[in-house]
Design a protein around this ligand. Structure first.
Ligand SMILES: Cc1cc2nc3c(=O)[nH]c(=O)nc-3n(C[C@H](O)[C@H](O)[C@H](O)COP(=O)(O)OP(=O)(O)OC[C@H]3O[C@@H](n4cnc5c(N)ncnc54)[C@H](O)[C@@H]3O)c2cc1C
Length: 396
């Protein structure tokens, strides 16, 4: 039986980034993927400046649908809007199936062995080796990385988690249109929309050739999400004139944000990206954390340290914990996104610039949190925090 140093399960951004860096460091790496690539992936396709900075290579022009220069927030009635200043345009829109395939190609160029149409069904942790069971076979490796997304079979079968609880996860729906007419005022903006559900946010991204409109909300609002997306599409259609063509497809998935207490691994198994629940609770962004966690695992494994899992946990603690706590607090502070919230942020250009700076990677949550809590938004946050305790549905 062929033995690998590391078997990585799942060839999304977390898995490919990890595979490439380990292969570059000389490890014998196998990257297993259950789908056939290039596969479809439900995603807004927004790669923030932070995400791009985690890739360590320039993105080929052919992958860029459009560049994003700023953020716009739009209130539920469509009238109140707030815009950030102009950003350097480091954020871009991509098609995820093309982007993910490019990442896999880079892992293969670095020397990783890649197998698609291989579904991993179980992992058995052993003293010296871990065994990876596929449909119709088994493989062994010193280490296993579960980068198999929100429904991670790796996390489940090693006993790290049964399923996400509703408070640990968001759910996001996305609808896409092909259209060759891009309204002038849409170009270059990542547009965020209040949608009337507490804790939820809609978004609209457009490029010269299509639109993506989506809505993300805490998972316990799942039953209302399709209706909310329909309403958002109607609102955007009324604002911009009709989107003439029928949507190509509506897709959706969980975006786990187990921000405070992620389970990062057990014995010979590590979890990365969505498998560990590392997406940002405030923005819903998950690709940056997927890339960075994949890279961190590669780093701790290639050094040959005696307790690499502990090093990985320390990496999370030092680099992410504070930011994720602030991000969760901000998500709660801006819970309602009602008319009063929009009145506040439309008067506060600095707040919008800090939000855009977050996306661009040039500022962190500390500055936005500080700005939010010092003014009227701060007073709103304490009121909202009081309401949430009463309103929050019971956790099963
Ligand atoms: C609608 C929507 C919109 C989003 N928009 C954005 C956005 O604009 N920007 C952003 O930064 N983030 C966005 N996100 C979040 C982002 O998509 C995820 O956080 C990110 O894809 C996580 O990457 P990953 O590598 O951890 O997992 P994934 O990208 O989910 O990759 C996991 C891979 O593992 C494979 N796999 C699963 N099970 C197995 C198995 N048993 N065996 C083998 N392979 C397996 C899957 O086929 C998949 O290819 C969005 C999410 C959703 C749902």
């Amino acid at each position: 039986m062929t033995k690998f140093d590391v078997i990585i399960v799942g060839a999304g951004p977390a898995g490919s980034a990890c595979a490439r860096l380990l292969a570059q460091a000389g490890a014998k790496v196998l990257l297993l993927e259950k789908a056939r690539f290039p596969r479809e992936k439900s995603c807004g396709g927004l790669l923030s400046g932070k995400t791009l900075a985690s890739i360590d290579a320039p993105l080929p022009d052919r992958l860029v649908l459009s560049k994003v220069h700023g953020m716009r927030m739009v209130a539920e009635d469509g009238k109140l809007q707030a815009e950030s200043g102009h950003l350097p345009g480091r954020a871009v829109l991509v098609d995820r199936s093309q982007f993910d395939w490019w990442m896999v190609e880079r892992a293969c160029q670095a020397g990783a062995v890649y197998r698609d149409a291989c579904e991993v069904v179980r992992i058995a942790n052993g003293r010296e080796m871990a065994t990876v069971y596929l449909i119709g076979g088994a493989l062994v490796a010193k280490w296993v990385v579960g980068a198999d997304g929100a429904a991670s079979a790796v996390a489940r079968t090693v006993g790290l988690r049964k399923a996400w609880r509703s408070w640990q996860s968001g759910i996001t729906l996305c609808r896409e249109w092909q259209s060759d007419t891009l309204p002038a005022d849409q170009s270059g903006f990542a547009e965020m929309h209040a949608v009337g559900i507490p804790g939820a946010l809609g978004w609209c991204f457009a490029w010269d050739g299509g639109w993506r409109i989506g809505v993300g909300a805490p998972a316990f609002f799942k039953p209302h999400l399709t209706e909310t997306l329909d309403k958002l599409v109607k609102k955007i259609t009324a604002m911009r004139g009709s989107i003439s063509l029928l949507p190509v497809k509506t897709t959706g998935a969980l975006v786990p944000t187990a921000a405070f207490w992620p389970r990062l691994g057990k014995e010979r198994v590590f979890l990365a990206g969505d498998a560990a629940g590392l997406a940002d609770p405030f923005s819903g962004e998950g690709i940056a954390a997927a890339l960075q966690s994949g890279a961190a695992i590669a780093e701790v494994l290639s050094h040959g340290w005696p307790n690499p899992l502990q090093k990985y946990r320390a990496w999370w603690h030092n680099n992410y914990l504070r930011q994720r706590r602030l991000s969760t607090l901000l998500a709660l502070t801006c819970w309602k996104k009602d008319a009063r919230f929009f009145a506040e942020i439309s008067r506060d250009r600095v707040w919008m610039d800090l939000l855009a700076g977050l996306m661009d990677g040039c500022s962190g949550y500390d500055a936005l949190w500080h700005r939010t809590t010092r003014g009227c938004l701060g007073r709103m946050s304490s009121e909202v925090a009081g309401e949430i305790e009463v309103d929050m549905p019971a956790v099963k």
